[in-house]
Design a binder for this molecule. Sequence first.
Ligand code: C2E
Ligand code: CA
Ligand code: CA
Length: 515
Amino acid sequence: MPRVQPTRPQLEIAVWFAVFLLLFCLSWSFHWHEGLDAFIEKHHDYPLDHALLALNISGFLGLIYSALRIRDLSREIHRRLQAEKNVDWIACHDTLTELPNRRFLESICAQAMADQRAQESYAVFSIDLDGFKKVNDLLGHDHGDAVLKTVAQRLSSLFPREHVFRLGGDEFVVLARRTGNPDLVALGNRIVSAIGKPFTFNGVAVDLGASVGFALYPENGDDLSQVMRHSDCAMYVAKKQGRNLVKPFVPSMQDEMTKRIRVEADLRSAIKKAEIVPYYQPLVDLKTNKIIGFEALARWKTASGEFIPPNEFIPVAEEAGLIVDLTDQLLRRACTDALSWPNELVLSFNLSPIQLSDRLLGLRILKILGDVGLPTHRVELEVTESAIIQDAVTARIVLDDLVNAGVRIALDDFGTGYSSLSQLSNYRFDKIKIDRSFVSSFETNDKQDKVIKAIIALGAGLGVTITAEGIEEESQLQRLQDLGCHIGQGYLLGRPAPLEELTADKAGAKVSQRR
Ligand code: C2E
Ligand code: CA
Ligand code: CA
């Protein structure tokens, strides 16, 4: 941006005054006034005295005019300098919180590295708010803005002598000089508790968390920019492990990040090439021993023939924003496959927790079913408790859209969440799937056995079908049948297999042979 060069009116005045003094001295030394007098004397018939008077007056008026112009000019320059300062401020600050922004941070890092202060030690904290999206979605952007301003104030008062930056969205950075040997984890925890204090706006209380990562200069990088990338990496790991965590950077985190970036790129390409396909695991009616449907389980077979399990790539797809495309592709494929099964068989399909905060999910699923021509009563969607807790309002809207259209909803991994009973009373599920962890140990653990019994009784009371997952042993199957569990699923009854290997009566036959 071109800068206005400030002219200095005082300097100009001084120059003009010097010229005047010089002329005065010259006329004094060389007696110019005597020559002028002689000239006027000689030509007294010319009106030279009048002309001189007029010249004097216009000179004087010129002086006043110049003074006024100089004053205007200096005001204009002042105004422009002020405007330029404002533009500079806006370019380097976040206008909402008034904190310096990423550009400022970069220039400060470069400056600190260039001058003497490169000798100093720093700690860089990267902070990301947990649950901020929910505030924006549920309470609106005004509340979101108010939260960000309050967070900025809380961080600034926690670090009054250090730089606090907002890098955009809900990301903040603190650049702190280190003297002595401060307890940085404790400092990180103070950030978490400062942000964790409830926010109240117009009587609405909002709870937020924060994930904090930090890295040190010079220990964790050759310059502050690199240290910042590392603290970001630590923050990313903290976020992945849950809410309100503080993580110092360790070099292995970078390997994890590099691996993730590679998996993300491979996943993107696998989705493009439709290399991720559904396998199907039978769901067996434990009274009649007949298969009543299949659960679709995603399988990614890489070019090298290696299978990457869904627990590894589904979270990456969620984080990279690829889950929508992946789900649409898998569901379309699974629905098409289900058309080739006998009409009474149900397709059970898993939804990611993150998807239930997408209001359009229900409509997209119904469109796929319509396009393929699979009736809604043949489809069951499996959701987990965490999916419903994350964004209860939107989840309800999405599930209502689907239920009203005739799709059934199963509560998956029941017993692993923390509010199972409240979910059951808040929403009418068609099915509850008891988590594998209960089934694997209930024979040797009397308490687990009682829990399973209670869940089956609860299902009977609520009129909800109960499925037991992860049945691997005959004795487990026997006990579940004795307890009156409705549906079974597990390696004993059939492993997940590709469409070509499905034999509709295989699992049923296994059950009857063992009875
Ligand atoms: P899930 O929904 O609980 O699926 C059951 C998991 O248990 C499957 O693992 C299945 O292969 C495994 N399993 C079934 N029977 C047995 C058994 O007898 N013993 C043992 N040890 N395991 C058994 P998988 O296929 O690796 O899937 C893991 C998770 O990934 C699933 O857990 C589900 O949450 C998720 N997932 C799979 N496919 C999809 C998908 O298409 N979309 C989404 N969003 N998630 C998916
Ligand atoms: Ca499932
Ligand atoms: Ca499950």
